[in-house]
Design a protein around this ligand. Sequence first.
Ligand SMILES: [Fe+2]
Ligand SMILES: [Fe+2]
Length: 373
Amino acid sequence: MTAARENHREAVAGRSDVEDTAELLAYYDDLERLKAGALWTIANKIEPWEPVSRYSPVLWPYKEMRGHVLRAIDLVTPEKAGRRVIYLNNPGAGDRAACVGGIYSGLQVMKAGETASAHAHSTSAMRFIMEGKGAYTIVDGHKMTLGANDLVLTPNGTWHEHGIDPNGTTCIWQDCLDIPLVNSLEANFYAVHPDLHQKVGYPVDDTKYTFGAPGLQPQVAWDKRYSPLYKYEWGPTYEALVKYSKVTAGSPYDGILMNYVNPLNNGPVMLTLGASMQLLRPGEKTKAHRHTGNVIYQVAKGSGTSIINGKRFDWQEKDIFCVPAWMFHEHANGSASDDACLFAFNDFPVMNALGLYREEAYGDNGGHQKIEA
Ligand SMILES: [Fe+2]
Ligand SMILES: [Fe+2]
């Protein structure tokens, strides 16, 4: 009935502010029967002054998550589950299965000797290894061996599969995919490999040996729109951050930050998802800023605190937390003697490609948010 009809009015010049009348309400009813509506009743809702995220900042403590992730080993097999994953479900996600924004994330666990079947999908995926030995991923015939804090890509459309060497140990890693984004675009296809597993067609770790030298480009043809370097190892990443920290003041908002890039064009590793690793020096406390785009952090090293939208989150190694779009955030290394590293997945490539990236510093209080009690 007309009494419950939405009308989002704002008494501001340039915004819609139309009073309901009996005549208008009858008009709205007529439009609704035609599956149409008067824009001025909802314009202020669908075009807010600035982004209002439906997602909350959330921290998933690894100490508590880990036991439940390991429980899944006895409860389901990878054969039956397809992928044995516990997904991170933001309270604002509804039925989208989103960790934050257009990004899905989950913790996958496999034990020694297990293999998961090869598949391909329209979504782009990355995984950041949390613990265990002997994990590997095969992408279009390229096999990558993986250790803790390594990043591996499984770009959209590639055949990929995961497994643990029989001599390895139980492994846990964090998956990150653009599932909510691709589903909102209604462009998501999925295929299981006809043979369930693919053949390894190249020397193990060949992409690292081909594309892994900074500042040097091998003479090879590559026409894909994602990085040909499928694996980014922790050792050289950390070393690069430590070296860079010796010669830069860093960013007031991020400390020392390196983006993982496609070595052929220095662009993001994939079209929709980006990744970065940042180092906070001992005692470093960043200033607050906010930007469009969504970020999921995983603590790669150390411990500290982040303030997100005025809420305090204390983190330790392997904890995961998210920063929803346009929420102020600042980070502090909790140690006066050791550095801390934050790995991050983000959707900045989408923001940049579509011209939607925007950033703003927190101006008050010396750049630091007031913390909610
Ligand atoms: Fe996949
Ligand atoms: Fe940021």
